[in-house]
Design a protein around this ligand. Structure first.
Ligand code: KG4
Ligand code: ZN
Length: 340
């Protein structure tokens, strides 16, 4: 049987990425990060679109070359249709449509969130079988989303709960800003947490129904506590930064794990995965491994290269949609908001 080769394109936020996946095995995954946003303390949509426009052709070219293939070897092009920044998505969508039309390839639209979850199925080589079995529950934690997803099959997912306000990544980033740390704050808080006492400070935890989350109250509680302490001691943040980071991170993890444990129990699932940018967090990883041991769960942690946005996750989702014959038409347009 001939091989199925998918070119994946990701351009939903501030990373331009292209990847080649052949029969589920990753041959290349090229990512161009956009440094430009650092000086603004967050992603500037218009600048992101322009950088995608500059990056997309060299990135696709590099992905094809790195895979040792040529355009004619590609069966289909899969692209992120949403959710994400509309102008950024438009660059990837337009490129994919043009590429499909010019080279007579099939076109596949991808939900970015589904991609984050299916990143767990990207194989490093043909014998790589370390993948979750269905059904499993995935905790999807990124800068824009926080969801508990029941995954029944590759393309059969149900959102059991999600945040009603801020995402977990936003809680990290916004609290980091309060402490005067640069964007994105999540990785810095993670690093400083290792040196601090997680019990030094107590912050408010939300009460939300079902499997839903809320993080805006935590942000407010954090802000108010710091503001009061800084009034008494202007050096408060500098002298307590490690303890503040450790206590904040530990609170975020407590909030995330409480609902995850509930979902695992209620749905009688024993396989759990984590995905999205925040899944790089060392504290979350440790806590999940520990919970797995206590509850006899199989725990799946993504490789670091698959925690942030990447096109391999888009290409692998494209591979499973290809197998089911789910193709898009040339008149397709991107969608900033997207459900499963
Ligand atoms: O999935 P992602 O790359 O982009 C979105 O689709 O949103 O996630 C970015 C988020 C940012 O909020 C960043 O602070 C957070 O992931 N993040 C982390 C860590 N690494 C990245 N948060 C906590 N600990 C980390 N180690
Ligand atoms: Zn993402």
């Amino acid at each position: 049987m001939s091989k199925i080769t998918i070119l994946g394109i990701e351009s939903s936020c501030d990373d331009t990425s292209a990847s080649i996946i052949q029969d589920g095995v990753m041959l290349s995954n090229v990512i161009a990060n956009q440094r430009i946003h650092e000086e603004y303390g967050g992603v500037v949509p218009e600048l992101a679109s322009r950088a995608h426009q500059q990056n997309i052709i060299p990135v696709v070219d590099a992905a094809i070359k790195k895979a040792n293939l040529t355009t004619k070897d590609i069966d289909a092009i899969a692209f992120t249709r949403g959710p994400g920044l509309l102008g950024a998505l438009l660059v990837g969508t337009s490129f994919a449509k043009g590429f499909a039309l010019a080279n007579q390839k099939k076109l596949i639209e991808i939900n970015h969130l589904q991609g984050h979850i299916l990143a767990h199925f990207v194989k490093k080589d043909i014998d790589d079988n370390n993948q979750p079995a269905f059904p499993f529950i995935c905790l999807l934690v990124s800068g824009g989303h926080t969801q508990i997803v029941l995954v029944r099959d590759y393309l059969d997912m149900e959102v059991l709960g999600s945040t009603i306000d801020d995402a977990a990544g936003e809680a990290f980033d916004k609290c980091a800003k309060v402490m005067g740390l640069p964007y994105p704050g999540g990785p810095i808080i993670d690093k400083k947490s290792k040196l601090g006492n997680p019990k030094a400070f107590t912050f408010g935890k939300p009460k939300v129904d079902g499997y839903n989350y809320s993080f805006s109250g935590l942000k407010t509680s954090f802000l108010y506590q710091i503001r009061d302490k800084v009034k008494e001691d202007s050096n408060f943040i500098a002298t307590h930064i490690d303890d503040l980071c450790a206590s904040l991170q530990s609170t975020i993890i407590d909030i995330l794990m409480e609902k995850l444990k509930k979902a695992m129990k209620d749905y009688k699932v024993n396989q759990v995965a984590i995905a999205g940018g925040v899944s790089a967090n060392s504290g979350i990883r440790e806590r999940l491994i520990d919970l797995g041991k206590r509850h006899q769960w199989s725990v799946f942690l993504p490789e670091f290269q698959f925690t942030t946005d990447n096109a391999a996750m888009i290409a692998i989702t494209g591979y499973y949609k290809y197998l089911k014959g789910e193709f898009a038409e040339q008149n397709i347009t991107p969608k900033a908001r997207f459900s499963y």
